[in-house]
Design a protein around this ligand. Structure first.
Ligand SMILES: Cc1cc2nc3c(=O)[nH]c(=O)nc-3n(C[C@H](O)[C@H](O)[C@H](O)COP(=O)(O)OP(=O)(O)OC[C@H]3O[C@@H](n4cnc5c(N)ncnc54)[C@H](O)[C@@H]3O)c2cc1C
Length: 404
């Protein structure tokens, strides 16, 4: 049975792809697979660029476990089936007067997949999506369904939020939510030097600021989102004409509910590397990446994305105990990227960057252990819940330095 990820960079031949419709069915499938010594991996929508989901054993999809389980508007929490796609959540949450705290560039991912790799948006005080998790149901290697929450298991919640599917299958997620809110979006282009010189001011001015730097134009497409009480008919101003490659990043100013504003469309396939750099070193790192691209890789035309990310306490979060800047580089899916990405990784390495778990990197187990102070603690939770490593594929064994 053939499987491939979104960009086509990963292919696999699982023995079976199964989509259970209940937690009890999921438990039964896990029990059987463990007895048959099959490797079990779970896939969301395959938007990760690395072989996290690849297996020649059992590939589980939670496409039949989607939707809202329960929402509590007064407490601002909601329990959601882990296979739900982010784009399916906005409207039911809005009907209950609720919304996600933040979202990334797209809304095509599954909830568990996005959380499990530390997927994030932008905002200097806002953590990645997993920071909103207050509880999870996990089906472990014994087939048991355990609940790990901030109240019943305040230690292991730090392992379970970003777990790369290594602890077991997440079936439900309980999230902290905000009252529904509207965002005012403004997008514009300005020369890199101007944008970069006033980046602190731009970051401070709105709740979510980011820019895409285009190496061909040496200009930035800036995007600023800020909560507003206004409605769209109160907007003024016209879209400015945009020369060059940044055209598609700029549009009319908009106001709408947050889930309709956050996501963009990504219709062209690409591969990506992203590192979270300690906040204070982010600007110098960005300058080094810019220099690298202009001097050594002038043919790469894909923009570099620069975002901010609040620190958190999740053991495998790239923002673990430090506020960060995230810098992402891209290359078209049908063009070679190895040499460029390897050179960029040297720059990220020099700034003690931590890789995005869903994106390309070549960090060794020793490097990862040095970057993540709770690396061993995470491994211990893994080994306790899955002593035989049933949920580990070759890629995770390599990263965790686990012998086959
Ligand atoms: C076009 C594009 C745009 C992107 N934009 C952003 C962005 O703005 N910000 C950002 O941070 N990242 C971004 N990413 C990366 C993406 O959000 C992550 O790779 C995310 O993990 C993908 O979600 P998914 O549902 O496809 O998960 P998958 O890639 O299918 O799986 C990711 C991991 O989650 C695990 N997993 C999935 N479901 C479960 C489950 N039920 N239980 C346990 N483990 C599970 C998998 O085993 C795997 O380890 C982008 C990627 C693409 C392709």
């Amino acid at each position: 049975m053939a499987w491939q990820n979104w960009s086509g960079s990963v292919t696999a031949e699982p023995q079976q792809i199964v989509s259970p419709s209940s937690e009890s069915e999921l438990s039964e499938i896990v029990r059987r697979a463990v007895k048959d010594e099959q490797t079990i991996r779970v896939v969301g929508t395959g938007h990760s660029f690395v072989p996290l989901c690849a297996t020649d054993g059992l590939l589980l999809s939670l496409d039949n476990l989607q939707g809202v389980v329960a929402l509590d508007e007064s407490r601002g929490v909601g329990t959601i089936w882990a296979g739900s796609k982010l784009h399916q959540l906005g409207e039911p949450l809005l009907e209950a007067g609720l919304a996600l705290e933040n979202m990334g560039d797209i809304d095509r991912q599954s909830l568990a997949g996005a959380i499990g790799t530390g997927t994030h948006g932008t905002g200097p005080t806002l953590g990645n999506m997993s920071t909103q998790v207050v509880g999870l149901h996990i089906i472990t290697a014994t087939g048991d369904i355990i609940e790990i929450s901030t109240t019943n298991d305040p230690e292991r919640i730090h392992a379970a939020r970003v777990s790369l599917g290594a602890l077991g299958i997440v079936s439900r997620v309980t999230l902290r939510l905000l009252p529904a809110y509207r965002l005012h979006e403004r997008t514009w282009v300005e020369p890199f030097d101007k944008c970069f010189a006033r980046r602190d001011e731009l970051i401070a001015a709105t709740r979510h600021f980011e820019f895409f730097w285009s190496p061909r134009d040496d200009a930035c497409a800036c995007k600023a989102l800020h909560p507003t009480e206004k409605e769209s008919h109160e907007l003024e101003g016209k879209r400015e004409a945009v020369p060059g490659r940044l055209e598609r990043y700029v549009q009319e100013a908009r106001i709408d509910f947050s889930h309709r504003i956050f996501p963009s469309e990504r219709n062209r396939l690409f591969n990506e590397m992203e590192f979270a750099i300690p906040e204070a070193a982010g600007p110098a790192c960005m300058q080094d990446i810019r220099r690298l691209m202009l001097e050594r890789f002038p043919d790469v035309t894909w923009p570099v994305e620069y975002r901010t990310l609040g620190g958190d306490e999740t053991w495998l979060s790239p923002a673990y105990q430090r506020d960060a800047v995230t810098i992402s580089i891209h290359q078209a899916a049908d063009l070679p990227y190895n040499e460029f990405f390897a050179a960029a990784e040297e720059v990220f390495r020099a700034y003690e960057g931590r890789p995005h778990w869903g994106k390309l990197h070549a960090q060794s187990p020793a490097e990862l252990a040095a970057l993540y102070p709770r690396w061993e603690a995470f491994q211990k939770v893994c080994q306790a819940l899955d002593p035989q490593g049933c949920f580990l594929n070759d890629y995770l064994r390599e990263i965790f330095a686990v012998n086959p």
